[in-house]
Design a protein around this ligand. Structure first.
Ligand code: HXC
Length: 257
């Protein structure tokens, strides 16, 4: 069975990637993540794809790493195989990657959503980092990314209790960018994705990279990098077209160059 379903032109320039392990609540075993990383690699070199939406199904985005696959492993086995390292590849995807979360996004499922550039949630979405309830801790970024998103106090309360929380709370805390009604959710997400896909792709990717620098660099370096990228957009045809179209009071026609 295909664990990852890819539809490249769900609308022009938008690819939809669906996690497809419904009986196990989309639990993320190593095969799912390996297929996902492979699909992202292909989409990176596919010029038709400008924006990728990652989603699950209405019940679950993903209920976490696969507990069956790891329950009996020893520390030595976990460390030596380091199979979770491959998850890092997802954060290196250069095109905009939107997590569309409906249903459960728990443990590694919530961490996978946070590895994307932003999260949009259906109002039925349930988030949580329940790892402490099963004797472990988050291992794919939540102690860092959730803390950046919601601040130390809320992050502590959420991750030390492991309690579940709903889309609206995640939105108010700053973890989620937009919440849409569950009925018609994917249509709204695709509309949002096509809005981004209509923007000049080089500028969009540079903006994405510069925003991620805010997490990874000291402020002064991040500001320098931003200015360099800003100047570099002046070597693109789309910058000329965008600014000329503004001055000529017409719609721009971007070519991606
Ligand atoms: C393996 C899982 C699973 C998981 C659900 N299933 N989550 N299998 N790993 N993470 C399986 C169940 O065993 C069950 O299989 C089937 O999916 C349906 O789940 P139920 O529990 O029967 O459904 P329900 O009662 O509706 O509860 C849904 C749920 C619950 C709230 C999502 O399944 C749940 O709490 N899941 C675990 C959540 C969790 O602890 N996640 C963190 C994992 S640790 P059978 O065969 O019985 O039908 C983690 C660490 C990340 O993610 C580290 C780095 C990546």
């Amino acid at each position: 069975m295909e664990l990852i379903k890819v539809t490249t032109e769900v609308v022009p320039h938008v690819a939809l990637v669906e996690i497809n392990r419904p009986k196990e609540m989309n639990a993320l075993n190593i095969q799912v993540i390996t297929e996902l990383v492979g699909a992202l690699k292909e989409m990176n070199s596919d010029d038709r794809v400008r924006v990728v939406v990652l989603t699950g199904n209405e019940q679950a985005f993903a209920a976490g790493a696969d507990i069956k696959q790891m329950a009996e492993k020893s520390e030595a086995e976990m460390t030596a195989s380091d199979e979770f390292r491959i998850w890092d590849e997802i954060t290196r995807f250069p095109k905009p990657l939107i997590a569309a979360v409906s249903g459960y996004a728990l443990g590694g499922g919530s961490e996978l959503a946070m590895m994307c550039d932003f999260i949009v949630a259906a109002d039925n979405a349930t988030f949580g980092q329940p790892e402490v309830k099963i004797g472990t801790i988050p291992g794919a970024g939540a102690t860092q990314r959730l803390t950046h998103a919601v601040g130390k106090s809320r992050a502590m309360e959420l991750m030390l209790t492991g309690r579940f929380f709903k889309a609206q709370e995640a939105f108010e805390a700053g973890m989620v960018a937009r919440v849409f009604p569950t009925s018609g959710f994917m249509e709204e997400v695709i509309k949002l994705a096509s809005e981004i896909a209509a923007r000049p792709p080089i500028a969009v990717q540079l903006a994405k990279r510069a925003i991620l620098d805010a997490y990874e660099m000291p402020l002064a370096k991040g500001l320098m990098e931003e200015r360099k990228k800003f100047y570099s957009t002046f070597s693109t045809l789309d910058q000329k077209e965008g600014m000329r179209a503004f001055l000529e009071k017409r719609k721009p026609n971007f070519t991606g160059q």
